[in-house]
Every structure is written in C-alpha cells, then in structure tokens.
Design a protein around this ligand. Structure first.
Ligand code: SF4
Length: 698
C-alpha cells in the first residue's frame, strides 16, 4: 500500500452473495484500502467491487441528519425524479422530531385505516439482526405481514420451487463443492459478471476436467471454459430443460435406485415430458437435437454434478417452472446430497439468504415457519408479546400496486430503493407519491427517499456490527471499522426507536442481543453463537451444536419434506407474458454490470467503479445496430409499452440478433422504466428478463 494503515478490521464484502471475507485498512479513521482474506468462500480473492468499491462511505452526499419534507413541497413535485435537487424538498430535523413524526403518522394510518394499510420493506444489504428487527416491527407494531424485501425481485421463484420440492429454500451444496464435480451446468447466470469470485472456482473446476455446460441466450466469459455453450432462445428455458429430462428418462440414464428410494413424482414427470423429444424442443429453444442429447448424457453420466442458476432462470413469469425443471434434473440423476453434487441458486445480495431466513418475507416467520399455522403463530405471539396477523402479507410488487390503488397508505423502507428496482417505474414512483406516509432509512438521498415524508440517516456497511449469510448458508461476522458520519445512527437503534414510539417496548443494547433472540426461534442457528462467530468468522448451517463444523453438503439422508423424499414437479412450456410483435420486435433483458451494484446508490459513488462504467448504455447486437443505421456510442431510444429511455448504444457481439440488454443501475436512463410487472404466480417475481421492445434513433 502507498499509505501505511494505522489499523485493520476484518469483515465481509458488502456486495454480492459470494460473501468474500476482507480486511478494511484504515488510516486516520478513513478506509484507505481493502484486501482479501483467507475466507472459506474466497481464499483471499476479491473482485473489482470488493477491492475498489468502498469509498462511497466517505462520499459528501452521505445523509448526516434526519430530514422532514417541507410543508410547501408536495410529493408529486418529486415526479419525475430530479437527481440534482431533491434535498431542497426537505428541511433538517432533530432525531426526536423526525422519529416522533414518523411513528405518529404510522400509528395514525394503522389506527385509522387498519393494519392492511401498512407495509414495510427491509433490505438484503442489511444484517441478519436488522432484517429480523424490521420484520418484527412490521408484524408487531404495524400488525401486518405486509413485509418483504428484494428477494422478491431476485430468487423468490427459485425458493418457491425449492421449498415445494425439497423442503428448503437454501442451496444444497456450497459453490466451492464444484471442485469435486465431473459436470457443471450454469444456466441463466453470468457468474463472471455477477458472482466473480464464485466464477473463478467454476473456471478452476473446468480447467481440472469438469465438463462445463453454459446455457444462456447471451454469450458470456465462461464460454471459453465450456464443453458446450447453449445460446437458447430467450424465455424457452422449460423447453430446453424438458428436452434434457426427456433424454435422461428415454435413454434410461437416470439413477433408478435414487429415484425409487429418495424421490416421488417420477411417473408423472415421465408422462408429462414424453412428447418433449429433442426434435420437438429444438424447434422451440433453438438448440440442435444432438446437442440436447449430448448435454443430457454428459450431465447424467457424471459421477457428481452441480447446477448453478441465477436471475435468467428466476425473473420470469415461469420462473418457478424453470427451477422445478432444474430440481427434477438433479433428483432424476441423484445429484443431491453427495460431494460435488447439488443445486445452487447463486444468491444476489450479500445477505439475501439471511434476510429471508430471518423472516423478512410476507408468508413466513423466521426459519420459514408459515404465518398461517396457529401453533407456530402462538409461539411467536408468546415470544414477541403481541397479537399477530394470521394472513400472508402482500409481496413487493403487490404492495406497490396496493399503494398505487390507495389501499396501502403507509410504508417504511429500510435500505431498499423501489423507485429504481421495481418494474414499470412510472407506476412504482406514482405509487410512492400516493402514500400518506413514507419513512425511508438510508445512507443517501435515493430515488425512493425523494418521495419520503421523513428520512432517517443510517449507517453504511463498514460502520456497523452484524452477521450476514452468504449464498452457501455460511453465517459470517461483519465488524464495524469506522463511525457513521455526522448524526447518522446504527440501523438497529433507529428501528428500535421507531418501534418504541409506536408503543412497543424493546431494549436491545447491541446487535449481539438481537442475534441471541434470533437463536431462540431459529433452529438453523443452533450451534452458531455470536462469540463463536467473533472467533471463527464464519460457520455454515445446519450446525447441530457449538462444536459442529456445519454442513456444506446437505440432504444425503433425505429431505425435510412431509414424506422425506424429494418431489419432481413437471412443468409445461409456456410463453413469456409479452411476446415481441411488429410494434415491439425485440426482446429486452435487464441486469447488472460487473462494476455496479443493483440500483447504483453505492457503486456509482465509488470513484474507481464509476470511472470504469460511468454512463448508461444499451447493449445491442452488431446486426441490430447495423439495421438501425447507428454506430456504437450514438444516442438511441429504447421503447416498451411502459415507457422510453434514451442512452448510448454499445455493440455487444455476444448478444444474438433480436435481443438487447439494459443495466438497471443508471438513474439517468432507468431500465425499470421499461420492464414488465407481470408476476410469476408462485414466487410473485416480475418478468424483468423479458420485455418486448423497439429501438429508435434520437
Ligand atoms: Fe464482493 Fe461478490 Fe466481488 Fe466477492 S465476488 S468481492 S463478495 S462483490
């Protein structure tokens, strides 16, 4: 390092679900560098975000004092969002005034319109303890289950399929297990961009001889290591996967002992995929029949095989069906519960697994205990000393719709940015402007905070202690490295102050107290104590006791389902919600860039990262660019049925003709102004990966 740090604090990366362990190097109370540690998930490796994405914490735009909307500025004045001016809509306030106002207005809406008018969003960027407190506040203070977080836009459909078929929404094996695999499928995921350190383990496994099958409508960097790269037609995942299932059953490649002893639903799956011949499925998904056969044989004949998937599978109206097919592939071939085998939906945020485990979802209490079960509810009523709502709550997009319609009138948002991340953004922003009371707790004036009545300045990741659960089910300790700026406060403190002003009586003194309460109700945390995490940094669940190491690979001895077996649920080929037509002939997909994180509120304020990717660009295939008669760098317009944005064109030879890609981190040209809010019926996830679109010259 050019600067000699005067102290070092070991922690975890604040970005993706890989959960790389790192060290903050600090000089004069400022983070001056980040270095990778020998964590179990990263073995000292870090990607560009982990290494260079930290100076957002010292950005002068940090919120340092509570803010209250000025009486003479209506929320509709924030439409459309003007990034240059939102602070002028607010005045500074003391913590007492801001918290009293927020709690008073929230209480007023609850008591006037009833609990069904209340809602809350927590964040997968927050710690386990913060997620637990947000859901507890909404359930006991707001008195509703209308609580959710960005898992609804991420892997909700994967979790729905996993819970349905193997009784658990978490991964069955850590990603580094791929070192023991003979075959690896990566589908609907671009790990080199979205989970870069996990991608290095996949590459290493392929270099050592594992057969890698990459399935993605777009080409990607992992193709270089692949036995086969299948650039199938967007939105035809079920056709491709049913083709693979058909071959495995038809050629008798399945593990008949495993199927007989450990699964159910085989005969139904066989019957429902009987007509899914490679030839029939090829006509839909665009992959040659012989390639479908080769891949099916390569996967089924492997001694151990893993499947990795991402948002390309989950963010569809048939996202749950896509995941059901992947689960069937693994169960048919016995590729669960042994070294080198497993199902691994690569989690997005660094704590999306932990936030869901902690109950930050509308249908489950912590550890996926159904809110509708009277016995379970009684247990939580006793622990939390409150009467609880027996009905499942609304999910993210349903809450936004209810706010738009006026049925939801109050919203508390901690660390999320629905004004950027929700589909059909004009609708989402109008919904936020329609609320009687919006309380936002965040570190920056986000696009969502611009619609708030009260803004509470929070702490950034390196400014707090807390536990975080990575994509592998690994609970890790994040440690406070520096103090929050100005009068910004710890998130758990803010939630508690709000709760107590709403009539609750909480007395936590540290994140450790909250973790202790979570252990009382979450069997997944048996064996994982705060002190143990301080000493060991990371422990994987399930972990039977404090001396147990935890399990990387699970379900070798059956599944946590009623029958103890895994279920194979067939899926039919269905079209996306909105097919291209003469008016909108292209397929638009959205997603992340390597350098930027989600809605960009952190990484666009990280100097190195923003310098690497400073401007919004739409990625277009060379032939589509040529048809439009424009060049790379020219300003063009992307139009869908929801709206339009103008941004520069980037030529992307890895895209097939007829498909475009728009990153969703740029508020100057927000991709979600264009996306389709149609939902998967099971996971309630919107179809962010498929909208009919057209390009126009500007
Ligand atoms: Fe952070 Fe993920 Fe990069 Fe690791 S791979 S450094 S967790 S963003």
């Amino acid at each position: 390092l050019a600067i000699t740090p005067d102290r070092h604090v070991d922690s975890v990366c604040p970005y993706c679900g890989v959960g790389c362990q790192l060290t903050f190097n600090i000089k004069d109370e400022k983070i001056v560098a980040v270095s990778g540690r020998q964590g179990p998930a990263n073995k000292s490796r870090l990607c560009v975000k982990g290494r260079y994405g930290f100076d957002y914490v010292a950005n002068p735009e940090r919120l340092t004092t509570p803010l209250i909307r000025r009486d003479d500025v209506a929320k509709s004045d924030s439409l459309p969002f003007d990034a240059s001016n939102p602070l002028t809509h607010f005045r500074e306030a003391s913590w007492e005034e801001a918290l009293d106002l927020a709690a008073g207005k929230l209480n007023h809406v609850r008591d006037t319109y009833g609990p069904s008018a209340m809602s809350g969003f927590g964040s997968a960027k927050g710690s386990n303890e913060e997620a637990y407190l947000v859901q507890k506040l909404v359930r006991t203070g707001f008195k509703t289950n209308n609580v959710d977080h960005c898992t609804r836009l991420c892997h909700a459909s994967s979790v729905a399929a996993l819970l349905e078929n193997i009784g658990s929404g978490a991964v069955t094996a850590s990603f580094s297990e791929c070192r023991n695999s003979d075959a690896i499928i990566v589908i609907g995921s671009n790990p080199t961009v979205n989970h870069p350190v996990a991608a290095t383990f996949i590459k290493n496994a392929a270099q050592k001889g594992a057969k890698l099958y990459v399935m993605d409508p777009r080409g990607q960097a992992l193709d270089r290591y692949a036995e086969e790269s299948l650039n199938f037609v967007p939105g035809t995942d079920v056709a491709l996967l049913n083709g693979l299932i058909h071959v495995i059953i038809d050629e008798g490649l399945y593990d008949s002992d495993y199927v007989k002893n450990q699964t159910e639903g085989f005969e139904d799956l066989k019957a429902r995929t009987a007509s899914s011949t490679p030839e029939a499925m090829s006509a839909i998904c665009g992959i040659a029949p012989d390639t479908i056969r080769d891949v099916a044989r390569g996967y089924a004949n492997a001694k151990a095989a893993m499947i990795f998937w991402g948002m390309g599978i989950s963010q569809h109206t048939h996202g749950t069906d896509n995941s059901r097919c992947l689960i069937s592939l693994a169960l048919l071939t016995g590729n669960v519960g042994k070294p080198g085998a497993g199902l691994h939906p690569l989690r997005g945020q660094n704590n999306v697994q932990g936030a869901s485990d902690a109950g930050l979802i509308p249908m489950f209490f912590p550890d996926y205990k159904p809110v509708g079960d009277p016995e379970i509810r009684a247990k939580y009523e006793n622990l939390w000393n409150a009467k609880l709502d027996p009905e499942k709550g609304l999910t993210v997009v349903e809450i936004t719709d209810a706010a738009y319609n006026g049925d939801i009138k109050a919203m508390y948002v901690m660390g999320e940015n629905p004004a950027m991340s929700d589909p059909d953004q004009a609708h989402a922003r109008a919904a936020l402007a329609n609320l009687d009371i919006l309380v936002v707790q965040d570190i920056f004036m986000t696009e969502t905070a611009a619609f708030a009545d009260v803004i509470l300045p929070a702490s950034a990741f390196p400014e707090k202690n807390g536990t975080f659960t990575n994509t592998d089910r690994r609970v890790q300790m994040g440690r406070q490295a520096i103090d929050p700026p100005g009068d910004a406060r710890q998130d758990w403190w803010i939630i508690q102050e709000l709760a107590n002003r709403m009539g609750l009586s909480w007395s936590y003194t540290h994140a450790r107290d909250i973790f202790g309460e979570m252990r009382m109700v979450m069997p997944s945390l048996t064996g994982i104590t705060w002190d143990r995490l301080l000493k060991e940094d990371a422990v994987t669940y399930p972990c039977a006791d404090e001396n147990s190491e935890g399990k990387d690979v699970i379900f070798g001895d059956g599944f946590p389902t009623a029958s103890g077996r895994g279920r194979m649920t067939p899926a039919d080929v269905l079209p996306p919600d909105e097919m291209p037509d003469a008016e909108f002939p292209l397929v638009m997909s959205t997603g992340r860039l390597l350098e930027h994180w989600h809605t960009g509120s952190m990484t666009r304020r990280a100097t190195v990262l923003d310098a690497l990717e400073p401007e919004p660009e739409v990625h277009v295939s060379p032939s589509d660019l040529q048809s439009l008669q424009v060049s790379a760098g020219d300003l063009i317009r992307v139009v869908t049925r929801r709206g339009e944005i103008a941004l520069a064109a980037r030529v992307d030879p890895k895209l097939p003709a007829g498909m475009i890609f728009v990153p969703f981190c740029f508020n100057e040209a927000p991709a979600n102004m264009l996306t389709n809010p149609a939902l998967d019926p099971y996971g309630k996830i919107p179809e962010l990966k498929f909208s009919a679109a057209r390009l126009e010259t500007v």
